[in-house]
Structures are given as structure tokens and as C-alpha cells.
Design a protein around this ligand. Structure first.
Ligand SMILES: [Zn+2]
Length: 315
């Protein structure tokens, strides 16, 4: 198990990996207890819309069956996810995330990750401050466009957030449109995936604000979240990001591959609120497919007692 690399390429001048965050055993036990209570409530299952519900086409003029109760709907959904778990070869049924919080937690920049004037700039963090036993799955770049992956995530109902670079996404905007239709938020990862600290403020602004424009044009929404390539940034990066509407800069605390998960922290473990990074990569770059990667990531996440929640519900 290696350590998560902050700098995917050498020469990075951004904040160095921490490895100093320590969480107390007490805090983790409290978190586990709360998570157990939240998971038992199963309340997250009822949040989705129900386009196939009562009154759909074909219902007119028929004495349809009694409308499904919420409990029946949940049971059906659980059964579908159990079937998908078998179909896609997952080791365990993914745990259900608790309902999103009414108010998003207050963010702060991780110690050692600040730039000068940080208090007025978007926060940079690797973990979201939550008590529940949830982690967040984030997928970067956009090279691999695997339709099986979209099917798998839909059938398993696993939320994730995409951080996209236009030089890869522009090969097939439609793939990511389908992803957005499934409920995934498309976030900013620059136009060309450069090493941002090596660029001027104006060049960085072009990379970040230009990608805001691309996503708005292609997908109708300006992202709120931005992740700098390789996790490298400087003050100009955060100023430029803020100037075009970015509210937060989530990095990551663990990274998933097809055969392992790497951790940033000394304890080589997941923690409540950890952001997990992975990439749109295929067999050409990985010893496996996107589907293999999800299988591996979920094996670790579920066996450690975590559910995957949607980052944008918390940030
Ligand atoms: Zn990247």
C-alpha cells in the first residue's frame, strides 16, 4: 500500500501531503455509533423522484393496483440493488447513506494546505467534516468513457462526482451528458490539465474560468467545485477559481485503483467524510476496467462499514 501522492508528477510546489491529521479513537467510536443509527433508519432511500409512479402512461381507465407504500418501494429498491450486487460481482451490498444533512457542514482549509489570504478564498480540504460513516467518491479527468461503468453505477445506485478536463471530455460530450442525467454533478478540472502553479494568474484564469464556460455551455450549469490537476495550486489558483464562481476545492484523502486503495494518512484507513479519488481510466492505463475499479473500491469501502454519499449534498 503506497501513500496517496499529492503530486502526480514531480516538481509540485503545492502544499505537501499532510499525514499529520490524527483522529481520536473516541471520535471514531462516536461516529460509528451515529452512523449505525443513521444507516438503520434507511432514510436516504426515499429521496429520489419516482418517475414511474402512479399516474404514468397506461394507468388511465384502469383499476390499477393500490399505490405502493414507501416501505414497499424501499424493499423493491433494496432488492434491485442486491440483484445488481450479484450481477456486477461486488463482494457485499453497498451500505445505504443516511439522508443528506439539512445544513451543509462548515468547511475549513486543511492545516498545511493554506495559501496567503486563505480566509477570503475557497477552502481546500481532503475530508468533509461529518460524523456519519460516509465517504465521497470523486472521479477525475475523463479519458475513459465506458458505458458499462454508467450502467453499473446506475444499477447499484452509487453516487459519485466527476471532475472533468475539456481536452478529454470534448472527445465525447454526450457520454458525460448521460452521466449528468443519472444525477452526477460535473465539476471543473481545467481545460488542459496543466500544472497550474507554473502558469500566470491570467493563464490559470483561462484554464479554470474557461472550463466553467465549457461546462455551462455543454451541460447548462456552472460548477461550484473545482479540483486542480495533480492537487497542485497556489494563491493565484484559488483567486482565479473564486473569480469565476468556484466555492470550494475538494482534494482527496484516499485513491482507488483497480487492485488497491492508497491512503494519505499515517493510519492507512478511511475516516468519516474522506474524499476518495479515482480516474476515468480503462484497461489501456490500468490493469482492469472502470468496473473492476468500482468493485475494488466498494469492497474496501463497504467492508470498513462506510456508505458512499454524494459530495454535493455536503459541500
Ligand atoms: Zn486529473
Amino acid at each position: 500500500m503506497g501513500q496517496v501522492r499529492q503530486n502526480e508528477q514531480s516538481g509540485g510546489r503545492g502544499p505537501r501531503p499532510g499525514g499529520l491529521l490524527r483522529r481520536t479513537r473516541t471520535a471514531r467510536l462516536v461516529a460509528a455509533g451515529l452512523a449505525a443509527a443513521a444507516l438503520l433508519s434507511g432514510c436516504a432511500l426515499g429521496q429520489e423522484g419516482d418517475p414511474g409512479g402512479a399516474g404514468g402512461p397506461g394507468a388511465a381507465g384502469q383499476q390499477g393496483p393500490a399505490p405502493e407504500t414507501k416501505a414497499q418501494r424501499l424493499a423493491k429498491k433494496r432488492a434491485a440493488i442486491a440483484a445488481a450486487t450479484r450481477k456486477w460481482g461486488l463482494a457485499q451490498i453497498p451500505l445505504t447513506a443516511p439522508a443528506p444533512p439539512d445544513a451543509k457542514p462548515a468547511l475549513s482549509t486543511r492545516d498545511g494546505f493554506e495559501v496567503e489570504g486563505q480566509e477570503d478564498l475557497p477552502h481546500v480540504f481532503t475530508t468533509v467534516p461529518v460524523k456519519e460513516r460516509v465517504v465521497f467518491l470523486t472521479i477525475d479527468d475523463g479519458a475513459e468513457k465506458d458505458p458499462e461503468f454508467l450502467r453499473m453505477m446506475k444499477e447499484l445506485d452509487i453516487p459519485y462526482s466527476a471532475f472533468l478536463s475539456d481536452y478529454l471530455v470534448s472527445e465525447d460530450y454526450g457520454y458525460f451528458r448521460a452521466m449528468q442525467k443519472q444525477g452526477t454533478t460535473l465539476n471543473n478540472h481545467t481545460i488542459d490539465h496543466p500544472y497550474l502553479p507554473g502558469l500566470s494568474y491570467e493563464e490559470q484564469r483561462h484554464q479554470i474560468c474557461g472550463m466553467q464556460d465549457v461546462i455551462e455551455k455543454q451541460y447548462g450549469k456552472r460548477p461550484r467545485l473545482f479540483r486542480p490537476p495533480y492537487g497542485n495550486y497556489n494563491q493565484d489558483t484559488l483567486k482565479a477559481a473564486k473569480s469565476c464562481g468556484i466555492e470550494a476545492v475538494p482534494l482527496w484523502n484516499a485513491e482507488a485503483f483497480t487492485d488497491r486503495v492508497d491512503y494519505r494518512e499515517w493510519d492507512r484507513d478511511l475516516h468519516p467524510g474522506d474524499i476518495v479519488l479515482t480516474h476515468f481510466r480503462g484497461t489501456g492505463e490500468w490493469d482492469g476496467s472502470m468496473v473492476d475499479m468500482v468493485r475494488q473500491a466498494m469492497k474496501v469501502i463497504t467492508s470498513k462499514g462506510y456508505a458512499v454519499a454524494r459530495l454535493e449534498d455536503y459541500v
